[in-house]
Structure formats: C-alpha cells, structure tokens
Design a protein around this ligand. Structure first.
Ligand code: SF4
Length: 43
C-alpha cells in the first residue's frame, strides 16, 4: 500500500482486508487516516 513508507500494510487477499505487520510498522502515522478508512487490523 502506497501510504506506508516501510510497506508494512499487507492486503490479506483471502480475507479481503488489510493488516499491519507489526515488525515492519514504525508507527509513522502516515496511514492513520487510511487505517481507519480501510479498517486495517494489526496482525
Ligand atoms: S503507521 Fe505503520 S503501517 Fe501505518 S504507514 Fe506508518 S509504518 Fe506503515
């Protein structure tokens, strides 16, 4: 997903929603708006 500078956001194609790879996520907040709108869940 483009919003994430470290590409920690992964679209789970089986489930059809986006998840965040906690090990990759740097809490930069760039996806904050996207996270809520895309209903991202932390894996
Ligand atoms: S907060 Fe985490 S998941 Fe969101 S854009 Fe930043 S690094 Fe990526």
């Amino acid at each position: 997903m483009e919003e994430c500078p470290v590409e920690a956001i992964i679209l789970d194609e089986e489930e059809g929603f986006a998840v965040v790879d906690e090990e990759e996520c740097v809490d930069c907040g760039a996806c904050e708006e996207t996270c809520t709108s895309e209903a991202i869940e932390v894996e």
